[in-house]
Design a protein around this ligand. Sequence first.
Ligand code: ARG
Ligand code: ZN
Length: 874
Amino acid sequence: KTIYLSEYRVPAYLVDSVDLTFELFEEGARVHSVLSVRRNPDSDAGPAPLELDGDSLKLESLALDGKTLDEGAFEDLGDRLVIPGVPETFELTVVTWIEPQNNTRLEGLYKSSGMFCTQCEAEGFRCITYFPDRPDVMSRFRTRIEAEKSAYPVLLSNGNDVDRGDLADGRHFVTWEDPFPKPCYLFALVAGDLVEKRDSFTTCSGREIDLRMYVEPRNAEKCDHAMDSLKRSMRWDEDVYGREYDLDIFMIVAVDDFNMGAMENKGLNIFNSSCVLASQETATDMAFQRIEAIVAHEYFHNWSGNRVTCRDWFQLSLKEGFTVFRDASFSADTGSPTVKRIEDVTLLRTAQFAEDAGPMSHPVRPSSYMEISNFYTLTIYEKGAEVVRMIHSLLGPDMFRKGSDLYFERHDGQAVTTDDFVRAMEDASGRDLSQFRLWYEQAGTPVLDVSDEFDASAGIYRLTIRQSIPDTPGQSNKQPQHIPFAMGLLGAQGQALPLRLRSGDTDAPLERVLELTDAEHTFEFHGLDERPVPSLLRHFSAPVRVSYPWTREQLQFLMSHDPDGFNRWDAGQRLAVDVIQGLVGNPDEDAIDSRLVDAYRQLISDSSLDQALVAKMLQLPSEAYLIELSEAADAPAIHAARERVLKRLATALRDELVACYNRNHQSGPYRVTPEQIAGRSLRNTALSWLLLINDDEGRELASQQFRAADNMTDRMGALRALVNSDYEADRERVLSEFYERFRHDPQVVEQWFSVQAASGQAGRLPQIRALLEHEAFDWKNPNKVRSVIGAFAGQNLAEFHKPDGSGYEFLAEQVCRLDDSNPQIAARLVTPLTRWRKFAPSYGEQMKAGLEKVRDKAGLSRDVYEVVHKSLAD
Ligand code: ARG
Ligand code: ZN
C-alpha cells in the first residue's frame, strides 16, 4: 500500500495529554495509557470515528470515560483500532501487553544487553500502545515506569523526574513529566543497570543544566568525548543560532543494539554505542569526529525537529536536512572547514548521486512511500542539507540567521512543512525562492555542461552553462532549477583574476556566485589578456555534476594554484579519475601519466602545504565513486586499474613515502586536532602504500606500529595495511593478536570484523562465511551485521562482484534471513543489488537474479518489498 502526500488530511482528533504507566517484567510489559482526546477544530471530518494505530500489540482493555468498551464497540483492523461514536472530548484508557524481550525489529520497546530501551521514530510508538501515531498530533507526556529495582535501578523517560519510590516485591518506580507537547515519535524510555556520568552546562541566560550520560559499567571510561562534544554543541547553538536549551536535564544513553546512529528523543537522546562511546585506545580519529558530529546533530534537533517538528513524514528533510546542515557547520567551525567539506561532498557524490540515479530515487520532499523507514536516505539527509546550504549562500549568513530566527519564532510548538521553512527564509530576506523550491520537488542530480571561449582581440572570456535534470522514476521533463554556482578565474601564473562582468568594472571580486535559473546562460568576463583557467563550482556550491573538458595540464595547475582548497582537492580527484579510467579494461597498459606522479610527489614532499588537505588529496577516488562515474561498470576491472595506479605511485614514490612516514611521527600526547589527525592519516596512507608493493621496510614499520601504538587510529592503520598486504603470516598474526586484546569490547570487535570483510585479501567469500560463524558474531545486533555483510557488499567490491555471481547470491541469502528478524536492516542491506542497472550485463543480470530471489521469499516484509519491487520495475 502506497501513501501519498496529496492525501494528507489534518488529524480528526487531537491528544492533549498522555498518561503512561509501564509495568516491566522479564516475560513482557504491560502498558497503561490514558489519553485526553478532543475533536480537532481545524478538521472538517466532523464526528468521525477515532482511529488509533497499533502494531504487534495485545489489547487487554479499552475504556471510554471510565466505561469499558467491549468487542462490539470498536473494530480491530489489524493495524488500526476504529472506535465510532465518540464524543467531542473524552478520556480513553488503553491497556496493552507487549513482549520487548522478543522484539528483534528494534522498533518500539525492546531489550538490548539486558536493558529496556525504545526507538519510536518514525512509527515505533504504535508497537507500544494504540495511538494516533503521526507527528502532527502533539501531546504532553507523563510516564511512570515500574520495574524490579536490583536489575533496573535506572528508570528514565523524557523531561523531569517528578516522583519516585519503592513498591512491593523488590520493585520500584520513577515518574517523568515532559512539559513540552511532542509527537509520540519523540517518546523514549530506558530501564537498566547503568552507570551515570554527570556534568553541567550554564546557558546564555544563566540556567544550570544537568547533563547526564548513562552507559553500561564497562563503558564508564568512554564518555568524556561525547560529554565534551555536547557542551560545545550547546554553546555553538547559542552563539550561531541563538538557541538555548529548554529543560533542566539533558540525558544521553548508549545502547548496543540499535538500527540507526542515534535518536533525538526530547531530553533523552539514545545512541548506538558505536556513535557515542570513545577512548584513545578503542576509537579511531574518524570515530571521534563522527561522535562529535552525531552528538551535535541530536542535540541540535532539540530546536530543529523537536520544538519545531514535521507535519507528516514527507517533510522529514525539514528536520533532517536542516539539522545535518547545522551539524556540518558546527564541525567545520570546530575542525578544518575544507576537510569537512571534502568529506561531505565525497559521501554525497559517491552514495547520494548513486541513489538519485537509481530505482529508489526520490525528491528531498517525496510525494509517496510504502514504508517510511526506507526514506531515511542520503537524499533526505545529505541532499536536504545541501539544499539548506544553498539557501544559506543565496541569502548570505545574516539574512539566513534572520530567516532561521523567524522560522523558530513563528513555528515554535508546531508541526510544519518544508514549504513553511522556505517561506520564513523568504519573508525574512525579501528574496523570491519560488523557483528554488523545485529542489524539494524534483528528484535527480542536475548536470551542468560547461563550455567556454576566449575572444583574444576583445579580451572577453565567455562561459556557457547548460543545465539538465535526468528523468527519474515517475518524473520526466523537469524544469530548470535555481542553482548558485560559485566560480573564479586563474591567470597563467596562478593568480586570481578580477571577475569583470562589464568592461572597466573596477573593484570586481575574485570570486562570484553566479545564479543559474534558465536552461542555458552565458556569462562574459571582460578585461582579460589571456585565456584563463576556470575554477568551477567552488566549495561545491550546489549538489550537481559538472562536466567541462579539462585537460590534464589544467587539472594539475588547479591542484597547486586554486585559491579554493576544495577545488584543489577536486582537481586532483578529477586527474586521478581520468588516469584510472584510462587503464580500466587495458590490463597491458602499465605506465601511468607522469603528471599524476609529479603531482603526488609534490604533495607528499612539500611540508609547507596544509597537511590536512594533503592527507585528503592523497586518497585516490574510491572504487565506489569510480563505479558511480561509469556506465556498464565492471567492478573487478575498476578495482584492478585503481590498484595498478596505486602500485605505480607507491613504486615511484617509495623513498618519499618512507620520509613522509618518518616526518609525521607524533610526539606528545594524543589529541584529536586537525593537525594531529592529518599527521596520522598521512603516516597510515604511506604505510598502506608501502605494503601494497611488499616493501620490507614498510612491513617492519607496520609491525612496529601495530605493537607500539598508543591509540586506535595507528593500531588500526597498521592492522589494515598488514591485512591488505601479501604477507599472509603477518595478517593472521595481527588479526588474532588484535582480537585477543579487544575481544571484550564489542565496538572494537566490530572494527575487527569490518577490516576483514572489506579486505580483498581477508574477505574472500569463504572467510566471510567463517566470520558469520565466529563466536563474536550476533545476527540480532545490527552493528555486527553491518560490519560483516554491509562491509563486504559495500566496500569489498572486487569480491562482491565476482564474475561467478557468488557474492550476489550470498547477499540475497543473508537479506532473506534478516528479513524475518529485522526488516529495516534487511532493506538497507539489499541496496547494493538494487544498483544492477549500473553494471555491465554479465554482472547486472546476476544481480537482478539475486533481487528476484529476495522478491520470491515467503512473507516478505513491507520494507524489503518496497525496495525490491521498485528496483525490478521497468
Ligand atoms: N531522527 C534520527 C536522526 O537522524 C534518526 C531516526 C531514524 N529512525 C528510523 N526508523 N529510521 O537523528
Ligand atoms: Zn537527525
